[in-house]
Design a binder for this molecule. Sequence first.
Ligand code: NOJ
Length: 537
Amino acid sequence: MDRGGGAWWQHGIFYQIYPRSFQDSNADGVGDIAGIIERLPYLQALGVDAIWLSPIFPSPMADFGYDISDYTGIDPLFGTSEDFDALMSAAHAAGLKVILDLVPNHTSDRHPWFIEARSSRDNPKRDWYLWRDPKPDGSAPNNWLSEFGGSAWTLDDATGQYYYHAFLAQQPDLNWRNPQVREAIHEVMRFWLRKGVDGFRVDVIWHLIKDAEFRDNPPNPFYREGRPPHEKILTQYSTDQPEVHEVVAGMRRVIDEFDDRVLIGEIYLPFERLVAYYGNDLRGAQMPFNFALLSTLWSARSVEKIIADYEAALPKGAWPNWVLGNHDRPRVASRVGAAQARVAAMLLLTLRGTPTLYYGDEIGMHQVAIAPDQVRDPFEKNVPGIGVGRDGCRTPMQWDATPYAGFSAAKPWLPLADDFRHENVVNLDADAQSILHLYKALIQLKKQLPQLQSGDYVPVAAEGDLLLYRRASDGGAATIVLNLGAEPLSIESDAAGLAGEILLSTLMDRNGERIGDRLDLRADEGVIIGAPAGQAE
Ligand code: NOJ
């Protein structure tokens, strides 16, 4: 059976750029829009179809752009509105879609809306944010905690009320129960959609509506010492409220005012709650991000279970998606190890659904250790020493072996990985068996084989470190055999239904090998098996 996949965002491959760290064009040590334009040929050659840019809007940068002070401008650090228009034209001319980050849950405390709102209790914009009176003893209105440490409430001395911020005090939450807020953000969306932007990744979309009564959150009985302090309470009343789905549907209606755009939601929730964000009749987000692979135990059985649970939870007609890394989570190459990062790449690009790559994962970039005096991330600054820091996955892209890795002519804002002189795009491009070439080959194969595009996911029973599945469509099947372990494996071909030839090995050295009675996999090896090119099965 062929299960569709006709829209560009269903057959496309997404690539997240963290603009501060991709390419600096003006030697200030921070990446920018002109730098991204320079690197479009690289992205084209890689074969991706859409780029998502983390925020590029004016911001005091308390949370590196996730604190926006003007939703429709461009921060001078990244360039100008003209630079952005040039990026749009160049990307579209190169066949690349452009996705922007929409951050509607909170603004910067320097946003004119908040400046007005805090100016007096009766300011017309007061209700655009979440204000509550102190408790009789002067303390915060409830026990909600900021994800970046401490209370989620900050007292505004001048007006005597607290405002709510799920993240930093410099990121006050907007009040999405107020229709004017909804309309204002819808207008922001239209502003960019009119410019031809192809969609949005919506920041913390599951946070948008809070309990109308601001009830205390219950304690988390599973809290463990050493975990971030905000995990001490559950977020029962502060996130994932039933009314959020109407808000998401409202955003989707704006998306649908334009042709062929996509709404992606950032959501960290268990599958049964995550899939509700597809909306009633799929009128919500087309792609609620599936982050399960970011935190799974890297074992064949755990990954197999995640895939099965996700496939089972998806509403009828909902399109799946998969993610291996982003700017908030440790690099996949460090989570699973360099050898398994290749297996993870094969998994990402052969599962059913849209993959999103995180910049640098295609060259195996690892998590960089950040010395205490080089920490930039506010989360790490507020909650030091327990490993929450996100700087290590945001280090500059490693383009070449020049002093600043071809990223910049000046010292970069974050340190470079110490192995960048070997592990960089130029070197890996010259090595036909590199992880970069593996990514390119996987992307090409996904584009060539309809079964990888839109075929069903068919699990095949396997044991130990072996993960086995087929992607089957009317036109044929491909079988994916992954060794998630560090020991070689041998499989009886008949029993596993293996036939045809190896279309691609993660080690890039046995393409075209016919499948005999047994398939031997080396440690940390994965293969895709199918009918030889040009032959139906
Ligand atoms: C999620 C973003 O991905 C993260 O980087 C940011 O700090 C928070 N939302 C707050 O906007």
